[in-house]
Design a protein around this ligand. Structure first.
Ligand code: 5RP
Length: 230
């Protein structure tokens, strides 16, 4: 199977967990895209479901497929969230936010009884960190915030190359109007500790470390789908 086929296979296998009447979170990215289409097909066939999108891109996709949408204001507790990941470690800690939707993704995932990750097997790693860690920050004082983030890395003995995310020559702005600093660390030996430190920095809105949130990962592999639990 190609990587795209692996993503589609993971998305298809995830449908096994979707039951009528559920309220689910819809993730963001190229693995969630076929999942949204599959949910759209089910809705066309009159399947009863209510969804909360994790980004404006996912909202637009779900609306095109006439998927009934709700909000966390109207439904603060969801049954399941299905989302992709940039990296998945053996404890199912995740590194996310390659698509810039990490803040809403984390809010939606932690409002769900269970988070299920869908991915191709290239996302499974021994240690998080080869993918640059996205840190979402407010625009005010961005340089001062970046300096505090760098200090936190140094405290943990991590050497980071930090870049303000740019799209079309301008700073990338998230759905909630913030900026993203991508932090290339190569390896994050103690992801829970780094997550706690980043969360304590004023100006940091959210970071892409999802610690202890996912409980199942469905990965497409060249040989078929594999399910990982913690
Ligand atoms: C978006 C994300 C995505 O889930 C992550 O980037 C994986 O995307 P893809 O399925 O396209 O590889 O965190 O913010």
């Amino acid at each position: 199977m190609t990587v795209d086929e692996q993503k589609r296979a993971a998305a298809r296998a995830a449908l096994h967990y979707v039951k009528p009447g559920m309220k689910i979170g819809l993730g963001t990215g190229s693995t969630c895209s076929p999942f949204i289409d599959l949910i759209g097909d089910m809705v066309e066939a009159e399947f009863d479901i209510l969804c909360v999108p994790t980004s404006e891109a996912t909202r637009a996709h779900a609306e095109r497929r006439a998927i009934p949408l709700t909000t966390l204001e109207d439904n603060p507790q969801l049954d399941l969230t299905f989302d992709g990941a940039d990296e998945i470690d053996p404890d199912l800690n995740l590194l996310k936010g390659g698509g810039g939707a990490l803040l809403r993704e984390k809010i939606v995932a932690t409002s769900s009884r269970q988070m299920i990750v869908i991915a191709d097997i290239s996302k499974k790693v021994e240690t998080l960190g080869a993918f640059p860690l996205p840190v979402e920050v407010v625009g005010f004082g961005v340089k001062a915030t970046a300096w505090k983030i760098e200090r936190a890395f140094a405290h943990l003995g991590l050497d980071a190359s930090m870049t303000l995310r740019v799209r079309d020559t301008r700073p990338f702005v998230t759905d909630n109007g913030h900026l993203i600093i991508d932090c290339a660390l190569e390896k994050i030996p103690d992801a829970p500790r780094l997550a706690a430190m980043l969360s304590g920095i004023p100006g940091v809105v959210e970071h892409g470390l999802f610690i202890g949130i996912a409980s199942l990962a469905i990965c497409g592999t060249p040989e078929g789908v594999k399910v990982f639990t913690r």
